[in-house]
Design a protein around this ligand. Sequence first.
Ligand code: ZN
Length: 192
Amino acid sequence: MRWTLVLNKHWTPIDIIDVYDAVTDMCRESASGLSPESYQLFSMDQWIERSALRAEEGLLSDEQIIRTPNFPVEKPEIVILNNFYGIPYTEIPLTRRNLIKRDNYTCQYCGRQFSPERLSIDHVHPRSRGGRTTWENCVTSCFRCNAKKGSKLLEQIGYKLASPPGKPTGHSPLLFNLPGKYPPSWKKFIKP
Ligand SMILES: [Zn+2]
């Protein structure tokens, strides 16, 4: 377990953070731990007590525990911010990984799906001709199509894009960054 879901004070999911950062937030009293079973909130002190009890009862696996010199602390699956009501505006960063995800692992020229390591990013309007690195000018391409296209324009080789590329829509940044595996307790708050 590496990640913690962060809810604002209205219990709206707003972020996914490293579990150690979540515990730090709890130590600073800016966040409370949430019990996925009872939906009760716990301050850090209460969370430590709860962790000790649950460890004694054998309810926690090694993977669920942060070992400190004095006591075990259960990794919180969900924390709630104590004083934050808003929803921060976050952009989905333009990265290779996110572009490939936007294009659903599909080469935008031949329409075939590939695993991520067999895909590259192509500048539709070539960089050598002043094409920029933007969501609108970058598409996922297989190696073969990319090599064929090179620094030519689409019209020159008769390529057509299935749809005009743009910023990913239909996903909140939170869902876009959802790890492949996450605790079942998140499902109550996240509706993909
Ligand atoms: Zn292709």
